[in-house]
Ligand binder design. Structure first.
Ligand code: COA
Ligand code: AMP
Length: 628
């Protein structure tokens, strides 16, 4: 691991010799065969890291810590105000349960390279399932529990899993979300059917099992012999994680084993300043990339204790829930989304509830998932008296692109900035022709190829889709899809997406997929969905629809049907609650809907009249509907 003492030294060392830098970092991982090449540019869309090397990610997360004599140390603390449970798993416990689940999956025919879909709430078995799949050299694909059956079905159809691991239910405030009907509907909708399903029965709702297909998780694990780790190539996939793209079809971001383990192991120390034995908490969900990397893999690779929290920042039971968890488990660093801080701030603006808990263990707060708005960053810094670090990344990269680095001492706090590029990323803002822009000028934030280890090397069975989505606009660069700038100090300012992806409560969603749902309603002639500013969630979707001539419907009824339809097709996580009927949508003379103008009006901003607009009065009509 790097012994650089400053950010400038570390970044400079990486810049001078990237392969030497990553060869050094790779020493943190236990390999069964050393890589033949640190970087092989002949492989994949832009090259692949650690070609020829063999290892197992689960071994690096669990077995090696137990073999090193740290089996009794806590690996995972499951804290669920929803279920009223706190349970600690030592590294030995977690290894034992993982090896047995790997045995159960192997008994169902799962072998190296097979896919296993995991559709689970925030229970320890979700993390155990990910690790068990990795143990067998198979490939997991976790689907967030807030997605509806149709979204789950799309992912099943694309990943073609041999087995699905699920649970009887998830727990949301005030309701038990039954997973089994959603799973059954998703399998019925998918052209691909899994051979088997393993169902974890939770006491809050028992699920009827489908004979011949479903197996009880506890029984299957109880009857299975433990399985050893299967070594895989560093370049073999560890998982596929579907994320919103610009079309209705989600993108299956592939993560490989070797590079992922190397960068995550390194990031725990370099970025977050933690090492083996330290307690770390990521308040997110295993269904998102943040949960994959920082609830499960990174802390376990490093030998830390990871807190897994099934609850909300507010209401479970109050806005002091986060402070209670920090105090109870002596959390050193918390990682969450700014929206969680905004939720707490809304209810307890003076932070009175912090005084009821001993927060002396906390050393820093890291935020990601969306830009941290300066008022929230300043509020959290003043309240906690600890550094608050915003850092920017994406499902595609799997680890931060920009950050503050506790190993080197944090940069001066600049509210609204996402920090500086991590060693591994050569980041610039480009103009639309691909020219590097001077510092301080906003453009397309892009990364010079090759991307560092850990970044998705391709999309699942879709190399061409990867190239057209990210690499073809600016040859030699990866286009992030975010707009922003790099200032004279090297600090990066990420200001928003350049496509139709929106960020609702830190959840990445595609307005295009919501438009597809609205357009499928029998009375809708055309529609547009935009992300409008929201005090709590950062953005919230608003759908504008034009009804078919002669639809002759009560507008409020159609709107209610549209809200229900998005919830049914995409899921509650879309948080789509606002549909409005308009007489027409503002368009260019060539018929393109002016979404940017609609968004500005919804945000109450001054929307200049675009020169290409067909009829400027359409904007005035919209102002009347949106109240802007
Ligand atoms: N399973 C089923 N439903 C789920 C779900 C899950 N795993 N997760 C969320 N939902 C539902 C919620 O119950 C809610 O349903 P409702 O419309 O019936 O109220 C809906 O999806 C929207 O959820 P959410 O956007 O999370 O809103 P919320 O009002 O429940 O909570 C916050 C708001 C800010 C408290 C919450 O979003 C939060 O804690 N965010 C943290 C951000 C985060 O973890 N980001 C991940 C990336 S770092
Ligand atoms: P996801 O793939 O779900 O992690 O979402 C990635 C997107 O979220 C990025 O492309 C950004 O648009 C946004 N994002 C994540 N973290 C930040 C951040 N710290 N600052 C600004 N935007 C962010």
């Amino acid at each position: 691991m790097t012994n650089a003492t400053s950010y400038a030294d570390a970044y400079g060392a990486w810049m001078r010799d990237p392969e030497a830098w990553w060869a050094e970092e790779a020493k943190g991982i236990t390999w069964t065969r050393q890589p033949d090449k640190i970087f092989d540019k002949s492989m994949g869309a832009f090259g692949q890291w650690f070609a020829g090397g063999m290892m197992n990610t689960c071994y690096n997360c669990l077995d090696r810590h137990v073999e090193a004599g740290r089996g009794e140390q806590a690996a995972l603390i499951y804290d669920s105000p929803m279920a009223g449970t706190v349970k600690t798993f030592s590294y030995s416990d977690l290894l034992d349960q993982t090896a047995h689940l790997a045995g159960a999956l192997a008994n169902l025919g799962v072998t190296k390279g097979d896919r296993v879909v995991i559709y689970m709430p925030m229970v320890p078995e979700a993390a155990i399932a990910m690790l068990a799949v990795a143990r067998l050299g198979a490939i997991h694909s976790v689907v967030f529990g807030g997605f509806a059956a149709a979204e789950l079905s799309t992912r099943i159809a694309d990943a073609k899993p041999k087995v699905i691991v699920s649970a009887s239910c998830g727990l949301e405030p005030g309701r038990v979300v039954k997973y089994k009907p959603l799973l059954d509907a998703a399998i019925a909708l998918s052209p691909h059917k899994p051979d088997a399903c393993l169902i974890l029965q939770r006491p809050q709702a028992q699920a009827p099992l489908t004979p011949g297909r479903d197996h009880d998780y506890a029984e299957a694990v109880g009857a299975a012999a433990p399985r050893a780790c299967v070594p895989v190539l560093a370049t073999d996939p560890l998982y596929v994680l579907y994320t919103s793209g610009t079309t209705g079809r989600p993108k299956g971001v592939v993560r490989d084993n070797g590079g992922h383990a190397v960068v995550l192991w390194n990031s725990m120390k370099m970025i977050y300043g933690l090492d083996a034995g330290d307690v770390w908490w990521t308040a997110s969900d295993v269904g998102w990339v943040v949960g994959h990397s920082y609830i499960v893999y990174a802390p376990l690779l490093r030998g830390c204790t990871s807190v897994m929290y099934e609850g909300k920042p507010v209401g479970t039971p109050d806005a002091g829930a986060f402070w209670r968890v920090i105090a109870q488990h002596k959390v050193k660093v918390l990682f969450t989304a700014p929206t969680a801080m905004r939720a707490i701030k809304q209810i307890d603006p003076e932070g009175k509830l912090t005084r009821e808990h001993d927060l002396s263990s906390l050393e820093a707060l890291y935020l990601a998932g969306e830009r941290c708005d300066p008022p929230t960053g300043i509020w959290a810094t003043e309240l906690l008296g600890k550094p608050v670090v915003d850092h920017w990344w994406q499902t595609e990269t799997g680890w931060p692109i920009t950050a503050g680095f506790r190993q080197f001492g944090l940069f001066p706090f600049k509210p609204g900035s996402g920090g500086r590029p991590c060693p591994g990323y050569d980041l610039h803002a480009l103009d639309d022709d691909g020219n590097v822009l001077p510092s301080g000028t906003t453009g397309n934030l892009s990364l010079r190829l090759p991307l560092p280890p850990g970044c998705g090397p391709t999309l699942w069975q879709n190399d061409e889709g990867y190239r057209t989505s990210y690499l073809s606009d600016f040859p030699g660069w990866y286009r992030s899809g975010d707009a922003g700038s790099v200032d004279a100090d090297g600090d990066v300012w990420v200001m928003g997406r350049t496509d139709d992806i929106i960020n609702v409560a830190g959840h990445r969603l595609s307005t295009g997929s919501m438009e597809e749902v609205l357009a499928s309603h029998k009375d809708v002639a055309e529609c547009a969905v935009i992300g409008a500013k929201d005090e709590l969630k950062g953005q919230t979707p608003i759908g504008l629809v034009v009804l078919k001539a002669g639809a002759n419907r009560v507008e409020a009824e159609v709107c209610a049907e549209l809200v229900a339809l998005v919830r049914e097709r995409i899921g509650p996580v879309a948080a789509f609650k606002d549909a409005r009927v308009v007489a027409r949508l503002p368009k260019t003379r060539s018929g393109k809907i002016l979404r940017a103008s609609i968004r500005r009006i919804a945000d109450g901003e001054n929307a200049p009249v675009p020169p290409t607009i067909e009829d400027p009065t359409a904007l005035d009509e919209l102002r009347a509907v949106l109240g802007g």
